[in-house]
Design a binder for this molecule. Structure first.
Ligand SMILES: NC(=O)c1ccc[n+]([C@@H]2O[C@H](COP(=O)([O-])OP(=O)(O)OC[C@H]3O[C@@H](n4cnc5c(N)ncnc54)[C@H](O)[C@@H]3O)[C@@H](O)[C@H]2O)c1
Length: 251
């Protein structure tokens, strides 16, 4: 492995890492030598398995459950991370949900549920890591947004607003923290095969498929690879950017 891709001695916290994209990001960063903190909701048994899998493969990992909507729980997770591994070098805000529907029928509860996890959750984790990263004078934050946050999407007003908001939060974080040696970028995946996209109807899947120039759906590994690059020293001069991972869907 090249020196720039080696994350040995670094610690990465990945939210919503029990399954899907987050779990693959955890696998990838662990394979590069990082200590991994798997976060997911309290009821996630997947999260325990994810940490066990990394340890069985020879990595260092712990599972710290907590809800990104709850700032106190997040602060505790950051404290426990620092107690265990001494530093926090990489934060990946991956936890996210959908509650789709046309706006005229969307309930306020569905709006709030998506914004609270996808956007406010990232605000909480960023706020909580800011002090330790500033003290270290280093760190990188990667937010998992979505291509629909760039292009808009009928039937996903809450989700699109949360992801567009996350892109704005990314740029502001980059500007506020760059003088302390901290970078912040977003990835904007297109259609990635996961439990989230499994819920979509075949008709919606076909519509997406027709619009993807590379003529395949993305895999969780496609996202993990780009996050790995952004987390590495190869990307140390990149901040405030949104990297599309969508097979050319939006260009
Ligand atoms: N799958 C796609 O096509 C796609 C495309 C663009 C962006 N994304 C984004 O990628 C991220 C991961 O998506 P995925 O497809 O792997 O979905 P997923 O549903 O498989 O995984 C999401 C994880 O987040 C966890 N989570 C939910 N609420 C949480 C909370 N309050 N606190 C902590 N963890 C919580 C879930 O338990 C789950 O393990 C999401 O932010 C999603 O919006 C996915």
């Amino acid at each position: 492995m090249s020196i720039e891709l080696d994350l040995t001695g670094k610690t990465a916290l990945i939210t919503g890492a029990g399954r899907g994209i987050g779990r693959d990001i955890a696998r990838k960063l662990s394979s590069m030598g990082a200590n991994i903190v798997i976060n997911d909701i309290a009821s996630s048994t997947d999260a325990d398995e994810a940490a066990e899998e990394l340890i069985a493969a020879g990595g260092n990992a712990i599972c710290l459950k907590g809800d990104v909507r709850n700032y106190d729980e997040i602060e505790k997770i950051i404290k426990n991370t620092l107690d265990k591994f001494s530093t926090i070098d990489i934060l990946v805000n991956n936890a996210g949900i959908t509650k789709d529907g046309l706006m005229m029928r969307m309930s306020e509860d569905d709006w709030d549920a998506v914004l609270d996890i996808n956007l406010k959750g990232a605000f909480h984790t960023i706020k909580a890591v800011t002090r330790p990263m500033m003290k270290q004078r280093s760190g990188t934050i990667i937010n998992v947004a979505s291509i629909v946050g760039v292009m808009g999407n009928a039937g996903q007003a809450n989700y699109v607003a949360s992801k567009a908001g996350l892109i704005g939060l990314t740029k502001t974080t980059a500007k506020e923290l760059s003088s302390r040696g901290i970078t912040c970028n977003a990835v904007a995946p297109g259609f990635i095969r996961s439990a989230m996209t499994d819920q979509l109807t075949d008709a919606v899947k076909q519509e997406y498929f027709k619009a993807i120039p590379l003529a395949r759906f993305g895999e969780t590994e496609d996202v993990a690879n780009v996050v790995a690059f952004l987390a590495s020293d190869l990307a140390k001069y990149i901040t405030g950017q949104v990297i599309h991972i969508d097979g050319g869907l939006v260009m």
